[in-house]
Design a protein around this ligand. Sequence first.
Ligand SMILES: [Zn+2]
Length: 134
Amino acid sequence: MTTPATLVKYPPGQDVVSKETNSNVHALFCPREGCRSKVLTPGSASLLTLEKEQLPKEMASASGKVWVVHEVMAFYNIGVSKPLPNPNPTQARYLACADCDHGPLGWHDPSVKDEQGRLLWIIPVERVRYQEEA
Ligand SMILES: [Zn+2]
């Protein structure tokens, strides 16, 4: 029997982002106490810093820092809502825990792309838990 790894809130005790790759050092998990659903494996998301206006108001983030992937398949496990009801001209969707439905953890707005024309699936750093290294 191994003890399950400890999941901690942001910020964990060590840097969350790799200086070499700008990707996540930790595995990222559902924030709900008692749920251990893994959202992203280490190295699968990039860190971006957004301006306050770029965050939906229910996604307010003190740091403005977000984890970003460019396709939904990059998630280890995630739930995606139907497009939000009108008025929602952008067809934005929310992301939730695939196991317990806790959310929203993040969002996806198909009308927003980065400079390379890639889609963005976004999770603020404060909205997931982190698995600390043993
Ligand atoms: Zn969950």
